[in-house]
Design a protein. Structure first.
Length: 124
């Protein structure tokens, strides 16, 4: 039973946070592949030309930092669950507005509405 619930909530979380899951998966794969390529290149550079090993090290470090920052920027959307709920409430409030507001939208029903500035200018 708990295994089913765990699977259900995992699927629900992935549905809600697919962007973060995608970025996280791409980042992990990118870091793994970059590490694999760098380790092969490092072994060759240590044997042939060890003083030029810093160039691939800088490139490797820059790529890893880009992946980490990219993933952290996606993490912001995961942590803002409360904001998503507030947006849903706001969206529902526009859908469920009363008939008074719907009537007010119709300009033909209220042709004498003027702006506050115009009404103040007319009084003077």
């Amino acid at each position: 039973m708990f295994r089913f619930l765990k699977l259900f909530f995992s699927a629900l979380w992935l549905k809600e946070n697919y962007k973060f899951a995608f970025r996280f998966l791409i980042s992990v794969l990118g870091i793994f592949l970059t590490n694999l390529i760098y380790s092969k290149y490092e072994a060759v550079m240590l044997i042939t030309n060890p003083e030029k090993l810093f160039i691939p090290l800088y490139i490797y470090t820059a790529i890893i930092i880009v992946f980490v920052v990219w993933t952290c920027l996606a993490l912001k959307s995961v942590l803002s669950w409360q904001k998503l709920q507030e947006l849903d409430e706001l969206e529902n409030s526009f859908k469920d507005k009363s008939s008074d507001y719907k009537d007010f939208e119709d300009v033909n029903k209220h042709p004498n509405l003027t702006s506050r500035v115009k009404s103040l200018l007319e009084k003077d």
